[in-house]
Design a protein around this ligand. Structure first.
Ligand SMILES: *[C@@H]1O[C@H](CO)[C@@H](O)[C@H](O)[C@H]1NC(C)=O
Ligand SMILES: *[C@@H]1O[C@H](CO)[C@@H](O)[C@H](O)[C@H]1NC(C)=O
Length: 538
């Protein structure tokens, strides 16, 4: 190609991309009011948390890079925040909505979140990060659709269903909090819900293909998902386009989301949609209905059975989730053009969870530190240089001894580091770990104690990236994280009683040179609390 022609093309491309940005990086405005209300998800009426009168909360349908301006009005009797699970908040942890970055919105107060799902696609969720509010509702779906100029590796489905599945208690969020505050662990949940209900119907035409966005919005329990007589084609996992394998059923752990395609290729009747709990002594199940519009018979036959305690089965399935290297995600370049396996980690961090008793009470800890939230959000303390709120490296980067103490848990790291993080679970329970601000490559699962030798089984070619990973009982999971997002980022157990009682920490991704290219300024409407009250906004 001649140079002049080449430049001409570059000019056209530049003009075109400006137009695209103008036409698609639009603004969406929302006002969401949070109140108490009543619902009967398990048959009897109980108090739930509503957003604009809805339980679950409204579905947020957005397009990559759209600007979301969402004014959240708190009409509860307790401070409240929402967090956007898996939305990376690039350079902008100010919008993350957790107690380490934001002051909770007081009763009758409000806060306007302003953020973009930047360079992201996929099925996500939002939920309350404060107290035990998540046990009462306030959660919802957050779907990010690809921009019209970006291809997706599947044909447009005939319809798009959202299934928010989670364990549920008859005891309200205050009652559950009281149990935890008194030093006890939570009892077994009373049920499993799909979209806050006992049974729902999803309707589709025979022969057509539908998208199912399935998320685990529960507090503590993994589930297995399946549809009677139908195969599930996995297409996307938390922003990764995966090799489109077919599954009879899939495990979804707390905080995770998967996107499936299902072709209605069976005879015209109604079929069970089932979610049932995994790794629990008692199995809880929720069923909904897949209804063919030309259906001639109601649901029938036994509810299809799923795996219950099989750990190896689940681990093998997790290993089968692979990045499609030739497919793009939100950006036009193929996912495989980032050769994560060729990067030598700058640091290895081993995080071990434990369940210590501290001051006579049940707590949960990471590397001997059980996190407590100071009155002043860590990010504000950092921003205003307020001493005495947290100390850096209050948590060690490898497990230490047996003791545990209560402290704000902050691990320092440098912007552009490439971390290898080993999640070591020496307990006999399922774990689910989430990191805000990032997705990470899940490169390995293994039984027992991780050692240097464990690296030999890492998938350094086509592991997928996601924001939440499970760690099996008495096992380890290894993840790689490219620290390209400056800020104060919450890394937490997605098992909600565990994070409430201290199994979380903050990763402070820092660069000594302050630059708006790396991190946005504190927003002018940021709420101030604790020792940040009265600080001068710059
Ligand atoms: C609260 O809502 C009002 C509009 O009703 C808005 O002007 C204000 O900025 C909001 N407060 C915060 C802290 O975002
Ligand atoms: C991987 O992605 C490519 C490009 O989008 C697509 O054509 C192909 O079918 C995908 N492969 C699998 C196995 O999903």
């Amino acid at each position: 190609m001649g140079r002049a022609i080449f430049l001409y093309f570059v000019a056209i491309l530049a003009f075109w991309s400006v137009c695209v940005v103008k036409s698609e990086d639009g603004y969406k405005y929302y006002t969401w009011t949070v109140t108490y209300g009543n619902a009967s998800p398990l048959g009897s009426s109980q108090q739930v948390i509503l957003i604009n009168g809805q339980f679950p909360g409204p579905k947020l349908d957005t397009v990559t890079n759209e600007n979301i301006v969402l004014n959240l009005v708190n009409k509860l009797d307790q401070p409240f925040l929402l967090t956007w699970n898996g939305i990376k908040q690039r350079k902008n942890c100010w919008q993350d909505g957790v107690l380490g970055t934001n002051c909770a919105i007081p009763p009758n107060g409000n806060f306007t979140y302003k953020f973009q799902p930047k360079d992201q696609i996929g099925s996500y969720t939002y939920f309350p990060s404060t107290l035990m509010h998540k046990a009462a509702g306030g959660f919802g779906a957050f779907n990010v659709y690809a921009r019209s100029v970006i291809p997706v590796p599947y044909a447009k489905p005939a319809g798009d269903f959202t299934l928010l599945v989670g364990d549920w208690y008859k005891t309200g969020h205050k009652g559950l909090q009281q149990i935890l505050d008194s030093g006890k662990s939570l009892p077994f949940p009373n049920g499993l819900l799909i979209n806050g209900q006992g049974r729902m119907s999803f309707n589709g035409d025979q022969g057509k293909t539908y998208m199912f966005r399935v998320s685990n919005v529960g507090l503590s329990t993994s589930f297995n998902f399946r549809i009677q007589g139908h195969k599930l084609k996995l297409v996307e996992v938390e922003g990764s386009h995966v090799l489109q394998n077919m599954y009879d059923s899939l495990d979804v752990h707390v905080g995770q989301s998967v996107t499936l395609l299902v072709t209605l290729d069976q005879s015209p009747k109604d079929y069970y949609i089932v979610a049932s709990t995994r790794f629990t002594k008692t199995v809880l199940a929720a069923t909904s209905v897949l209804h063919y519009t030309n259906s001639r018979a109601p649901i029938s036959g036994p509810v299809p059975a799923g795996p219950t305690n099989e750990i190896g089965w689940s681990m093998d399935q997790a290993r089968s989730y692979r990045w499609n290297l030739s497919s793009n995600a939100a950006r036009p370049n193929p996912q495989g053009s980032f050769h994560y396996g060729a990067i030598k980690p700058t640091r290895t961090i081993v995080l071990a969870n434990s369940a210590p008793i501290i001051n006579g009470k049940q707590r949960y800890a990471v590397n001997g530190v059980s996190h407590i939230n100071p009155d002043t959000p860590l990010k504000l303390a950092d921003h205003f240089n307020i001493p005495g709120v947290f100390s850096l490296n209050s948590i060690q980067s490898t497990p230490s001894g047996n003791g545990a103490n209560l402290a704000p848990s902050v691990l320092g790291a440098n912007l552009h580091d490439f971390l290898e993080v080993v999640l070591q679970n020496n307990e006999d329970t399922m774990q689910s770990w989430h990191l805000d601000g990032y997705d990470f490559w899940v490169v390995g699962f293994g039984a027992g104690q991780w050692t240097q030798d464990s690296k030999k089984v890492y998938n350094l070619v086509d592991a997928l990236t996601r924001h939440t990973t499970q760690v099996y009982p008495k096992s380890w999971t290894a993840i790689l994280i490219s620290l390209d997002n400056q800020g104060m980022w919450n890394m937490r157990s997605a098992i909600w009683d565990r994070q409430y009682l201290g199994q979380q920490l903050y990763l402070r991704v820092y660069n000594p040179t302050q630059s708006l290219a790396n991190e946005y300024d504190m927003p002018s409407n940021a709420l101030l609390c604790g020792k940040a009250v009265g600080q001068k906004r710059s």
